[in-house]
Design a protein around this ligand. Structure first.
Ligand SMILES: Nc1ncnc2c1ncn2[C@@H]1O[C@H](COP(=O)(O)OP(=O)(O)OP(=O)(O)O)[C@@H](O)[C@H]1O
Ligand SMILES: [Mg+2]
Length: 250
């Protein structure tokens, strides 16, 4: 049986991974600060919603209202999709700092409780009949937790994704110093990359102008994919990936 695919809607990417992500699997999108992880996640959820596939976006680091504003720059009317019941943002950012949230979907003002987060996320997925989910970000959850605990959190999250039959993206960080001779670790806790069925890293050499963003598909289970570094751009329509260039490097 061939693996079913779900479109990433990252322009240029789907044709390089046999049509899209393997359905109902977990993808890790990892990169340093400003590398485009949140945009990647929103592009996946927003265009999914636009095309008839409901999605849930869990934000741990950034306030939902700021995400809506930022995404409007790409012409994405997030609120419209929310009103149509095609997408929902679950706000875990306020609770993390002990503030009440004005959001429709949020967590109690008691500090981030992972079990509560999982429960709320499951309810929301059921409510929307969501096929897509983004958890942005894993390290954001880890602020109050030790590494050991985070391993368990990541495993539980992944179990929830599978149980809910969503195709999920979780975001994580790669330490910049990992790039000396190519990255050695692809995620903050080192466990995300093993739990995930696919690992995509985003790279940004944030000095000067020119083509300084790239994407790399580290693994994609069950998928024949390109193995080259892919030049990437963030344009006014979101993330665009180009065909691999010979000799292009990080
Ligand atoms: N309209 C735009 N056109 C071009 N580039 C943009 C645009 N909007 C944002 N960017 C770029 O995208 C970056 C932000 O991307 P994003 O928030 O997805 O990064 P991130 O990896 O989630 O960062 P963090 O780790 O801080 O959460 C900005 O720093 C900027 O370089
Ligand atoms: Mg982000």
């Amino acid at each position: 049986m061939t693996i079913e695919r779900i479109k990433s809607y990252i322009t240029g990417l789907d044709e390089l991974i046999q049509g899209g992500f393997p359905k109902q699997r977990t993808m890790l999108v990892s990169g340093s600060a400003g590398s485009g992880k949140t945009i990647f996640g929103m592009q996946y959820i927003y265009h999914g919603a636009k095309n008839g596939e409901p999605g849930v976006f869990i934000t741990v680091d950034e306030r939902p209202e700021l995400i809506r504003q930022d995404m409007a720059n790409f012409g994405w009317d997030v609120e419209e999709m929310e009103e149509e019941g095609m997408m929902a943002i679950l706000d875990a950012s306020a609770t993390k700092v002990g503030f009440p949230s004005d959001e429709k979907y949020s967590l109690p003002q008691v500090g981030l409780d992972v079990d509560e987060l999982i429960l709320k996320a499951m309810k929301l997925v059921d409510k929307l009949n969501a096929k897509r989910l983004v958890l942005d970000s894993i390290p954001g959850i880890g602020m109050q937790a030790g590494e050991q605990e985070m391993r368990s959190v990541i495993l539980r999250m992944n179990y929830m994704f599978a149980k809910e039959k969503v195709t999920a993206i979780m975001t994580s960080e790669i330490p910049e110093q990992g790039f000396g001779k190519g990255p050695t670790s692809f995620s903050k806790y080192g466990v995300e990359e093993y739990v995930a069925d696919g690992v995509i890293t985003l790279h940004y050499l944030g000095a000067g102008s020119g083509s300084n963003r790239s994407m790399f598909i580290r693994k994609m289970r069950g998928t024949a994919h390109v193995e080259d570094v892919l030049p990437m751009e963030i344009t006014d329509e979101g993330i665009i990936v180009k065909q691999p260039e010979k000799g292009y490097n990080y």
